[in-house]
Design a protein. Structure first.
Length: 102
């Protein structure tokens, strides 16, 4: 009988891999998995001085830049990791706004 052992993962990010900016995201659930699609920045048209222009806009395009399918167990891990990371970020933001921190 063999005993299970944990083997660490070596995280490797190729130097040529770009970090893409996304400010839109869509999450869908299908066939027992979650599909997370990230979209590049949605930039509305410039309407300076055109107060009626906003009424003519019917949609703003968003182009998908990445799509990832995840099993439910990994989705939960990602949610927890994002919550932890955001809590650290939020705490750092609070600390940076304290008097004497500039």
């Amino acid at each position: 009988m063999t005993e299970g052992r944990q083997i660490p993962i070596e995280w490797k990010i190729p130097e040529t891999m770009r970090a893409l900016f996304a400010n839109q995201m869509l999450v869908t659930q299908t066939d027992g998995q979650f599909v997370v699609t990230f979209f590049e920045a949605v930039v509305p048209p410039v309407l300076e001085g055109d107060t009626e222009g906003i009424k003519r806009i019917e949609s703003v395009p968003a182009t998908a830049i990445a799509r990832i399918a995840l099993p439910p167990s990994k989705m939960l891990d990602i949610i927890k990791a994002l919550q932890t990371s955001y809590a650290r970020y939020s705490e750092g933001e609070k600390q940076s706004h304290l008097p004497g921190k500039e």
